[in-house]
Design a protein around this ligand. Structure first.
Ligand code: GTP
Length: 602
């Protein structure tokens, strides 16, 4: 296909704006999917995505469209993940495109991710085609939504396409706009060696890794031997093809085209998003710009609730990792929780998705510890340590200073919740940067704050304080020195390693107090009085007491039925033995919620 007849585009939108529905309509209208094959929302393939209504894995679809000018064009729709945790993947898939449909829900106007995605598209120099969707709804206010987009994003909305993806209105206009307004791929140098950008990869049980790419220079043939430029690995290609959206093998693909390849690759970690594919016998001298290895930002300990399930947990993580290069894990041995794994995630959503998959797809019962960010610790001996686990923090006397990751957050909210959201941000050490009115009734609040303050229940708080109407977007801005301390929890004199958290000095007392109170509700009463304390080093900063349980198990028994009494005591002992597997040295059994109590203690 000559590049002049190719259009590569993505659809960017806030969650629920109708991206999947619109994609379905485009596929349907171009005949890429026959009515019989048509499954609702073709691009959302992961079951979990469906349940949660988010798009985690991006994919691509190729359509043939005969435009009003009589020419037949190849339109490649590249799907992007919908959540901020995956912003690097979004940026790579945008780089594979020349244009983006900016889909705005006409009943909602500009939302948090509309803004974030529009900026990303502009940074990648994409032609933006605005689309106002859901015009069939009585609540649609296309004029007002247009005004918002013009004011906030600065895009001319006079030529915006109005659609109802649901009813199939404006689909033809959308296709025409793609052909007319989005530029074709540029051919830099016809003789340049192959360079193809990986914008996604997915693991398939039968075929190994399927790599999704966009060719920037040169041609890739079925029989080629390829090289990944970031890690130097070479493979013989088994198959190349395009998605219609069903995979369709082809002989070759060249400049501007989008496709997939299969080459016996064992794990997605070997074909990473953002890397450049070249030919082994005629390699490019420079990879495409912008490759970066995504690093986990949030860490949590994951332990099997039943210690005997350790191997199953390890196998499940190994499997998930095949398809998720951003998931990181290593062995962890906690005195309180036993053998498990320290896992790293891109963000909280990524963490939730992984835990949910472990629990539902792999049927595991898990104990997880409070999420932690990665701290940079400068020691007195001049070393710089990256600490993702509070237990690994060196003793205070060896610490010169601690730095923590900072993010810039943008909250978009109806004006009436501004006060409450500012209060929330301030209570989490947020530094106010700016407040802008999008319209009379909608506001964007911009803050900088420590990522560590966001990984607790910040998002839930934002939602509940705004009755679900506020949205959030964030991006990392760097590391800053902060006055941080490690807060330990001791139960009956024993420090429970897995409950330690790193927090700001100024908040330590309040967090410690609240955490002790929460634990008072969670930890079961014992035959003896139990002290629950929050400490910094050896200094107790908050403390509560769990009163002793008075009831004697044998008291219920009347008379001297020795066998029954014995039986009961044995039962109690057995109970203790199971408890002891997860119990503290004192024999106190701590339920799993206790290890995440910090999330609601702030
Ligand atoms: P994510 O994949 O979570 O980002 O969502 P999405 O943007 O793909 O939204 P999706 O297509 O799943 O649509 C969200 C909801 O809006 C669904 O219930 C759709 O049926 C509905 N919807 C989509 N387009 C329209 C439309 O034009 N009109 C109306 N009334 N509803 C629509």
């Amino acid at each position: 296909v000559p590049p002049s007849r190719i259009r590569n585009f993505s659809i960017t939108a806030h969650v629920d704006a109708g991206k999947s529905t619109l994609a379905d309509r485009l596929l349907e209208r171009t005949g890429a999917v026959s009515a019989r094959e048509m499954r609702e929302q073709y691009l959302d393939s992961l079951e979990l995505e469906r349940e949660r209504g988010i798009t985690v894995k991006l994919q691509a679809a190729r359509m043939n469209y005969t435009a009003h000018d009589g020419q037949t064009y190849v339109l490649n729709l590249i799907d992007t993940p919908g959540h901020v945790d995956f912003s690097y993947e979004v940026s790579r898939s945008l780089q594979a495109c020349e244009g983006a449909l900016l889909l705005v829900d006409a009943t909602k106007g500009v939302e948090a991710q509309t803004l974030a995605n529009a900026y990303l598209a502009m940074e990648n120099n994409l032609e933006i085609v605005p689309i106002l969707n859901k015009i069939d709804l009585p609540a649609a206010q296309p004029e007002q939504a247009s005004q918002e987009v013009e004011q906030v994003i600065g895009i001319d909305m006079r030529d915006a396409v109005r659609t109802s993806a649901k009813l199939g209105i404006g689909i033809e206009e959308t296709l025409e706009a793609i052909v007319k307004r989005i530029p074709p791929p540029r051919v830099r140098d016809e003789n340049a060696p192959l360079r193809a950008l990986i914008f996604d990869s997915a693991y398939d049980d039968y075929r190994g890794v399927v790599v999704y790419f966009r060719i920037v220079d040169g041609t890739l043939r079925k029989s080629d031997r390829i090289r990944f430029m970031a890690n130097g690995r070479e493979y013989d290609v088994d198959e190349i093809g395009v998605f219609t959206p069903k995979p369709l093998p082809v002989e070759e693909l060249s400049v501007g085209e989008v496709g997939y390849l299969v080459a016996g690759i064992k794990t997605v970690a070997h074909a990473r998003v953002g890397d450049t594919i070249t030919l082994a016998r005629h390699p490019a001298s420079e990879p495409l710009p912008g490759y970066k290895e995504v690093k986990p930002m949030v860490f949590s300990g994951i332990f099997p609730a039943d210690a005997s399930m350790y191997n199953q947990l390890r196998d499940a993580l190994e499997k998930l990792k095949l398809n998720d290069a951003a998931l990181y894990y290593e062995n962890e041995n906690s005195p309180a929780l036993g053998f498990g794994f320290r896992c790293g995630f891109l963000g909280l959503l990524h963490l939730d998705v992984v835990i949910e998959r472990l629990e539902t797809e792999y049927d595991l019962d898990l104990v997880t510890t409070a999420p932690s960010v990665v701290y940079r610790v400068h020691t007195t001996s001049g070393e710089v340590l990256e600490i993702d686990n509070p237990c690994k923090l060196p003793p205070p006397t060896n610490i010169e200073r601690i730095e923590e990751p900072y993010v810039r957050i943008e909250m978009i909210t109806p004006a009436e919740y501004v006060g409450s959201l500012m209060e929330l941000a301030q209570s989490r050490r947020g530094e106010f940067l700016d407040m802008r009115f999008l319209t009379e009734s909608r506001v964007v609040l911009i803050y900088e704050m420590a990522l560590g303050e966001m990984v607790s229940d910040f998002f839930d708080q934002l939602k509940s304080r705004s009755k679900g109407f506020a949205g959030l977007d964030y991006r990392l801005v760097g590391y800053r020195a902060s006055d941080l301390v490690k807060l330990d929890i001791s139960i009956h004199g024993e420090v429970v390693d897995a409950m330690s958290v790193i927090c700001h000095q100024s908040a330590a007392q309040a967090i410690g107090r609240s955490l002790c109170q929460r634990l008072l509700e969670i930890v079961p009463r014992q035959q003896f009085k139990v002290a629950i304390q929050a400490r910094i080093g050896s200094k107790v900063i908050a403390s509560e007491h769990l009163n002793a349980l008075r009831k004697d198990v044998t008291a219920k028994l009347y008379g001297g039925d020795v066998t029954r009494k014995k039986k009961l005591l044995e039962k109690q002992k057995r109970g203790k033995k199971i408890a002891a597997e997860r119990a503290l040295a004192s024999g106190i059994r701590v339920p799993k919620e206790a290890f995440r109590a910090i999330l609601t203690a702030k």
